[in-house]
Ligand binder design. Sequence first.
Ligand SMILES: C[S@@+](CC[C@H](N)C(=O)[O-])C[C@H]1O[C@@H](n2cnc3c(N)ncnc32)[C@H](O)[C@@H]1O
Length: 262
Amino acid sequence: MDVDDPVTQYIAVEKEAYDEAARQRPRVAERQFRPGKQGIWHRRISRLIDWHREGDFDLPVDLVRPYALPVLARVEQRIPLKYQYRGLNALRELARAHVMFPEMIAGGTPLKVLDLSAGGCGVADVYGHYGHDVTIRDYFVTGADGMPRNSYTAIHQELGLECEHFDGRERPYDFESDSFDLVLCHQALDAYGPVSSWSEAVGEMLRIARRSVGLVFNPPYPRTPETEAEAAAFIAKLSADHVTDEGVCPDTKLVTLRIEKM
Ligand SMILES: C[S@@+](CC[C@H](N)C(=O)[O-])C[C@H]1O[C@@H](n2cnc3c(N)ncnc32)[C@H](O)[C@@H]1O
């Protein structure tokens, strides 16, 4: 391992920036990013770097580096700590791409991708890096300035992404049929309604997709033994009705599902 390589140095560089911010604003640091809280995400980043290295996968330096946005601005803009690390956002989605859509990061024809509920925008960062045309949507609320925004607006600005409001509970979705090669919805179906409504939501994604849909399943909300059983039955039925490939997200250990549109 080359200790001078920027990917190996990534966590140390982030840590130094947070230490410096803590020196400037100790009370903010205590509330928002004390070392114990940072450590959770450092370990996740470290495990993901190891996972890619063990698989002998490419780790693009452009993706594993901090946002230019200063630490205290990340906090002021209310980006959740988990999503303040560009490297973590990207490594999580790079690992998911290896599991779900390896062809998307292996060269080849650029495709049109729709990422619903994009959060920290790791999909746009990673798939954009590999030449794909990614459209993002996410749920917005109206800010104090009257402008629609969410906790990820500063990331959209930093990455130069246009993001429009999307509410997964309001169907049909406002996209033409077969208008994107790939439609992705990672860890957000639970916000689109109870498990009984997931079939309609995924049906919409399959209508919009020309080729495939990719899902990463959060536990259902509310999480009870009954709703978990319902969610498991839902995933089993999707697999019975479609050509699918089920896997596990290397970061979150959540179930992933690739569905082919036949
Ligand atoms: C757990 S985050 C997942 C973010 C990202 N896709 C990922 O995998 O890291 C959940 C996402 O769902 C979005 N969300 C919450 N309620 C929503 C709704 N009603 N419609 C659409 N998206 C929603 C949030 O803004 C957030 O981006």
